[in-house]
Ligand binder design. Structure first.
Ligand SMILES: Cc1cc2nc3c(=O)[nH]c(=O)nc-3n(C[C@H](O)[C@H](O)[C@H](O)COP(=O)(O)OP(=O)(O)OC[C@H]3O[C@@H](n4cnc5c(N)ncnc54)[C@H](O)[C@@H]3O)c2cc1C
Length: 393
């Protein structure tokens, strides 16, 4: 059941019912087809999501989908959320990336934050009044998270943060930041702590980085210069930042795979439709097995990856943190997105390279998925570690 009412600004407001996520998905589908589809090329060109669209997303509840209702969220299931991200990504992976990153950051707060922090911030987060960023990566450390240098120096009840974060999704939109900082020198990963930092504390963002992918996802460099944060805004406790960050990243890899699955699915659909219409030597190119067999392979891999994602969604819903399996689905889905978009361009021939064709944009967006949220190599390290644990005697 969906309750459609009007909030103050006469905006449509949808109440998601967790017991019937199918209908909520239909409403999102309508929004995606009408609004997101209309804007996606413009977002890519301008490297920015228009404020009007961000407000529309907020009023639809897209910034609080899995936040419990008691905090003002929609309280939908993990699997419902996976489906929403896939739908959005089919039209605009950058918007899916914005929603995903925001949710990964609030999940860390939900799972590991104090009651005080949750009560204070989750209602603003759920309504999209404060969009979240999760700046972990620094100019000198990405894959090696334990090498984070941004300094948090204790001064009485406060910590003073100094340093630079880079490649932060939502960096230009964010009003709140889950920051991994170094509270102790020389102690490797045990010297790291997670802080919840408000924009007003003094975080400065550059303009969005001019990347070839994820344009519009607000990816920027963040500067912290004498940013004072009260000790109450530590998530978890001092020295536990690394372990909480690793858990948060693992949980995020399953929804992240939905972005890749959305891209792969869209590329497959576009390629099949094109190959049925496009004729060469008097017949549709689909009738050549050189065209239809690789498409069939993508279809098979897509089903397998979706099944793994849904299974992991169910496990996460039960409270499990399937670290190695989350890396598996992230690795497979992002590589599939690249493979599917590359094939779609090949099937479309020269026209597939046109900037006005959807698959050329999706190809650029797919490539980022093999790097963001931990590179493919980083996922293999995690999976290999599990193999070692399992089989080494
Ligand atoms: C679109 C986009 C959005 C992003 N958003 C965020 C965000 O919101 N927050 C955030 O914190 N970060 C974000 N990132 C950064 C991302 O997490 C890092 O780019 C990624 O973790 C890799 O780090 P790096 O770029 O520093 O590469 P490096 O760590 O320098 O790695 C360079 C290369 O070496 C490989 N490599 C490194 N170590 C090893 C090893 N031991 N064995 C084998 N190969 C290795 C890597 O796989 C990679 O191919 C984003 C990145 C992109 C592209």
């Amino acid at each position: 059941m969906i309750n459609v009412s009007h909030c103050k600004g006469k905006k449509r407001f949808i109440t998601f019912q967790p017991d019937n996520p199918g209908m909520a998905i239909e409403e999102v589908r309508e929004f995606v087809e009408k609004e997101v589809g209309r804007w996606s090329n413009e977002i890519d060109r301008r490297n920015l999501i228009p404020e009007q669209l961000l407000r529309e997303m907020a009023s639809l509840g897209l910034f609080g989908l899995t936040i419990p209702k008691e905090y003002g969220g929609k309280g939908i299931s993990v699997n419902g959320f996976l489906e929403v991200l896939e739908l959005v990504s089919k039209e605009c992976p950058s918007i899916a990336h914005v929603i995903f990153l925001h949710s990964m950051a609030y999940d860390i707060l939900l799972k590991f934050g104090s009651d005080g922090l949750k009560e204070r911030y989750l209602p603003e987060i759920a309504t999209g009044r404060r969009i979240l960023a999760l700046p972990f990566t620094e100019p000198k450390s990405g894959t090696d998270l334990a090498a984070v240098e941004l300094k948090a120096t204790r001064e009485g009840d406060f910590y003073v943060l100094n340093g630079v974060k880079t490649l932060a999704t939502n960096g230009i939109y964010a009003g709140l930041f889950v920051v991994l900082a170094r509270t102790r020198e020389q102690e490797g990963h045990k010297g790291l702590t997670l802080f919840l930092v408000e924009k007003e504390d003094g975080v400065a963002s550059t303009e969005p980085l001019d990347l070839m992918s994820s344009r519009g996802a607000g990816v920027s460099i963040l500067k912290f210069e004498n940013v004072r944060v009260h000790k109450n805004r530590i998530i978890g406790s001092e020295g536990k930042g690394f372990i909480l960050a690793v858990k948060g990243l693992a949980l995020g890899r399953v929804p992240f795979s939905s972005i890749a699955i959305g891209i792969a699915k869209c590329a497959l659909e576009e390629a099949v439709k094109w190959s049925l219409k496009r004729k060469s030597f008097g017949r549709p190119i689909f009738e050549n097995q050189a065209i239809s067999f690789p498409l069939a392979e993508i279809a098979a891999e897509l089903e397998a990856v979706r099944a793994l994602r849904d299974e992991l969604g169910t496990r996460i819903e039960r409270g499990d943190i399937p670290v190695a399996e989350a890396s598996m689905v992230k690795l497979l889905s992002s590589e599939l997105a690249v493979k599917a978009t590359r094939l779609a361009i090949q099937v479309m021939g020269g026209w597939g390279l046109s900037s006005s064709v959807k698959v050329s944009r999706l190809y650029r967006d797919a490539k980022a998925l093999e790097i963001a949220e931990g590179t493919s190599e980083a996922q293999k390290m995690i999976i290999a570690r599990q193999l070692l644990k399992k089989y080494k005697r």
